[in-house]
Ligand binder design. Sequence first.
Ligand code: G3P
Length: 195
Amino acid sequence: MRLFLDTANIDEIRDLAWLIDGVTTNPTLVAKEKRPFEKVIEEICELVDGPVSAEVTALDADGMVAQARPLAALHKNVVIKVPMTEDGMKAVQVLTAAGIRTNVTLVFSANQALLAAKCGASFVSPFVGRVDDVGGGGMDLVAEILETLQNYAFGTEVIVASVRHPRHVLEAALLGAEIATVPYTVVKQMFRHPL
Ligand code: G3P
C-alpha cells in the first residue's frame, strides 16, 4: 500500500518525505500556504519522488485543460486533479490522450469511479470522511469501487481520500486499496499506541 500525504505544507512534507510515496493537494490546502500555487507544487516535487496532485479550478473542460497543461509541465510527477463532473471527464479524456496523468477527485459513488476509469483516469479519489459525514459508509464505497474496477483492466488506481483518523487508513488497507492519502496529524497518530 502506498501512503500519500494530503497537504501542501512544506514543513510537513519535509518531515515525512522519507516515508511517503506521493502528495495530494487541493486549492484550499495550497491557499493556506499563502504562496504562489506553482511555486508550492514545484517545491513539493523536489522533496518527494512520487505523484503530486495539483488541482484545476476551472469549471469547463477547455478551461481545465488550459490550466492543466502548464501545471503538468512543471514536473514529470505532477498529476492533474480534476473534479468528477461531466466537463471534468471530458478534460480527463483530453489529458489522458496527451499523456498527462489525472486524479479524479470528489468521487462519492462507484458509478462515478467507473465513469472516471472509462475516461482514462490514472487515479480516482473516493472521499470516505465526507460520505461518513452524511451518514453513508465511506469504506463500503471503497469496497464497491475496488470490486468494480477489478472486473476490468482500466489501470486506474484508488486513492482513499478525505481520511479523518487512523482507522480509515487501516480499513483501506484491509480492503486492499492501492493508496490512502492521509493528513499529517493522522500519519503521526498511526505511529502511536497508548500501550
Ligand atoms: O483528500 C481530500 C481532502 O483534502 C478533503 O478532506 O477532510 O476536507 O473531507 P476533508
